[in-house]
Design a protein. Structure first.
Length: 583
């Protein structure tokens, strides 16, 4: 004997739809869950509400499987025995199951919902019960409500607060700044003091920041070039660029070339974001196509399109491609002093107990960094040279007297005074009687002025000091003439050669000196030991490159030039120090 289940539903126009299925199981499950034999989508029905069991093909046993009961002909119970021949009506929430028999003797179960308008309504009920749709306005009403709230909270109220703000409100941290909601982020460290003074930059309501507001504080800012020259150097905008310019003009945004084109604010606390490379290359990548008379080479990317460095040497800018020489008035060999063998190295080893020498001389033994680490102070004879190159000429009770370095007249006066008081001096030698190994030994290169000082006259001793082979001639270029009989060429030690770019030794302290400066192969003091662009490119590349150090234009160059005076990007304190130092 089988169950004949008839699901009866209605369309929107109340037409009856009957779906009939046959089930040969002896026990049928009834509930809200879809795996039941009779699934009733009704929240008042438990997932597994009841079971209907056929005993002998006629008698039915209906029992609840949970705490909820069911209705049998109008009364609530949890268990019932039903004769299918007599029939009965079972109630499960809003559903009714009519029990009966058909002509073939099968038990029929007619399932219908008594409070549903249509089948579609029946399927939606469960989703609606867990939704707030019925508790809120419709989508259109909600959209209008939110629009009004935004206009009031973020437009009307801030405008009212802007026009009713007093000077005390700007100074007080306890006042409500209604227009603060318009801010897209915190100001940078440079402008942090203006956090509560929006009017310092935003002078006119709903108008972009103008250059006049910037110049009101930054009075010493120099133009990059004349406005006409900048306009001529700028590349013609594309169609898209012209469209964007039109939109900007419609909203009163200044430019092109305005301060805000480069200096962007409200992007978070900390340093102001660096200028993007594209801002510079817009003009400089193809500069020669628009400024025919320019002496600047095209520069589009440091790694691929940048001219060779041009240091200022002897008053003129020259390219490092030509290996320029710098006349500095000295006779000096870096290769000799950095050699790991020979007399200089052995001398350093001899003096290692008195000075911080290694097995040979190193760059740091003579070159000393400035306090800020940016550059190196000029080499000083007493500090860097005198430890090996002695100017001693006399000793009195164990105290060694030395000629004063740097003054021809003073050295001559000291020797004349020496001979005036001691006409027949004891042979001392200009090294105080000490002997040096290697090239300083008797008969070697530097032995001449370490022998006995001529006792014939002070003029002979002075000549021995300045003439060829003398102590001064070893390092200096000397010619006869002048008021004292000898003229020592002026020594030039420029603290800086590149005036259109910036370099910081402190930022490169992880490198060794010889990794950039080829001092070990230099045999002349006139060799300009500046690294070329190829050396820098071993680490540095363009802004978007995969180089070890991606470098934009702003890393080494400054937009606001000031006539060639030394400067440091984003380092005002160091810039002031360099300005005092002079070119």
């Amino acid at each position: 004997m089988a169950f004949l289940i008839r699901h009866i539903s209605f369309t929107a126009d109340h037409r009856e739809i009957v779906r009939e299925t046959r089930n040969d199981r002896a026990v049928l499950g009834v509930g809200r869950a879809s795996e039941n034999d009779i699934a009733l989508p009704d929240l008042s029905v438990a997932p597994r509400h009841a079971e209907i069991e056929s005993r002998d093909g006629r008698q039915l046993s209906v029992r609840a499987t949970g705490t909820l009961g069911f209705g049998v002909d109008g009364r609530i119970t949890k268990r019932a025995e039903i004769d299918s021949a007599r029939g009965a009506e079972l109630a499960f929430g809003g559903h009714r199951i009519t029990v009966g028999r058909d002509d073939a003797g099968d038990i029929t179960l007619a399932v219908r919902r008594v409070d549903a308008i249509s089948e579609a309504e029946e399927e939606r009920e469960e989703g609606q019960a867990f939704s707030l749709r019925g508790k809120l306005p419709g989508k259109r009403g909600t959209a209008w409500l939110l629009l009004v709230a935004i206009l009031v909270g973020f437009l009307a109220v801030p405008i009212w607060g802007f026009f009713h703000k007093t000077a005390d409100d700007q100074r007080s941290i306890y006042s409500a700044h209604w227009d603060r909601s318009w801010s897209s982020g915190a100001l940078s460290t440079a402008h942090h003091s203006l956090e509560k003074n929006c009017n310092a930059c935003h002078v006119d309501a709903f108008v972009s920041v103008r250059d006049d507001a910037c110049i009101a504080c930054h009075k010493d800012v120099h133009d990059h070039a004349s406005p006409a020259r900048i306009a001529g150097a700028r590349a013609a905008p594309t169609a898209w660029g012209r469209f964007l310019r039109g939109v900007a003009d419609a909203f009163h945004k200044p430019g092109p070339g305005a301060c805000v084109d480069c200096h962007t604010e409200h992007e978070g606390a900390g340093p102001m974001p660096s200028t993007r490379q594209a801002f510079c290359t817009e003009c400089h990548a193809t500069l020669d196509q628009r400024l025919k008379a320019t002496r600047l080479g095209n520069a589009g990317d440091f790694g691929t399109s940048h001219p060779q460095f041009q240091p200022l040497v002897n008053g003129a800018r020259v390219s490092l491609d030509g290996h320029p020489m710098a006349a500095d008035g000295l006779k000096f060999s870096h290769a000799l002093h950095l050699s790991t063998s020979g007399g200089v190295a052995r001398m350093g080893q001899t003096l290692r107990g008195r000075y911080a020498f290694g097995t040979s001389l190193d760059c740091k033994d003579c070159h000393v960094k400035t306090a800020d680490g940016l550059r190196f102070v000029p080499v000083d004879f007493e500090r860097s040279c005198g430890m090996c190159h002695s100017l001693a000429y006399d000793t009195i009770q164990g105290t060694v007297r030395k000629l004063r370095h740097g003054g021809v007249a003073q050295a001559i006066a000291d020797l004349r005074a020496f001979y005036a008081t001691r006409p027949v001096p004891k042979p001392m030698g200009l090294d105080g009687g000490r002997r040096r190994p290697g090239l300083y030994a008797e008969g070697k290169l530097y032995s001449a002025y370490f022998g006995a000082v001529a006792r014939r006259s002070p003029d002979a001793a002075i000549a021995q000091l300045f003439d060829a082979g003398g102590a001064c001639q070893e390092c200096h270029t000397i010619a006869r003439g002048g008021p004292y009989g000898w003229e020592v060429a002026r020594v030039s030690q420029p603290p800086r050669y590149l005036f259109h770019g910036w370099f910081d030794h402190e930022a490169h302290k992880g490198e060794t000196c010889v990794s950039c400066h080829a001092a070990g192969a230099s045999g002349s003091a006139e060799d300009l030991l500046l690294p070329g662009i190829k050396t820098c490119r071993t680490c540095h590349g363009g802004e978007g490159s995969s180089a070890k150090v991606p470098s934009s234009c702003a890393m080494c160059h400054r937009y606001h030039g000031d006539g060639g005076a030394p400067w440091a990007p984003r380092r005002s304190a160091r810039e002031d120090a360099i300005r005092r130092e002079g070119p």
